[in-house]
Ligand binder design. Sequence first.
Ligand SMILES: [Zn+2]
Ligand SMILES: [Zn+2]
Length: 255
Amino acid sequence: MPGSTTQRYGGNTSCIEVRCGDHLLILDAGTGLRALGNGLPDQVDADLLLTHTHLDHIVGLGFFEPLMRPGTRLRLHGGHLALPALTSALSAALSPPLMPDLWSLVGKGLSIGVLAAGRPVELHPGLSVTAEHLRHPGGSVGFRIEWRGRCVAYVTDTEHVPGQPDQAVLRLAREADIFIYDCNYTDDEFAQRIGWGHSTWQEGVRLAYAAGARRLVLFHHDPWRTDDALDKLGTAAAAALPGTVAAAEGMVLAV
Ligand SMILES: [Zn+2]
Ligand SMILES: [Zn+2]
């Protein structure tokens, strides 16, 4: 939530830009997608990995200006729903009565597909993506992205079971250079949030160690978390696993 207490970490919802050479890969289509669109050329050719269709991960699609221009090609890859259900969820979210008819504006340049879990797919020459199912109300998928021997794991909107490391997450994060993980809560807060579908920074640290991931990025901050609170979480997590950072809007990490 943007506001006076989220000036440094930002308040937009999930959206990450990944550059593999000159190929553009986008992770989720939260409100951050609007700002990303402003910095792109008129016509865009890109792949978008969608974890799931909760509104905070898709609402930016209707405000992604490159999709409103002829010539843009955006290939959306989901995995938590079968194809017809995914397409109808997206079109419903961007159509009346929930929105003005944004779907007819952005739908033309958008193609929608579904990745099967556990099977690497080459989305672009040299760029391999593997999806795995996560534990989240209504389902969600995480992604392992590999390009030229480098790896980013994107694991958000997932709930752990204390004491039972999630094997799917470990497969995604194995020796990843960057492990982006759902750190919505702290372990202390988690007991009151069972079933809400999110995890903690402490579980992120445990999984990063178990997977041999090199750098943990705390992601999907609780909407009520202030800049000062995030400073404290980031410092505590970096003390537990050196190199860990709390994701902030505009942050750039080289892999
Ligand atoms: Zn969600
Ligand atoms: Zn979410």
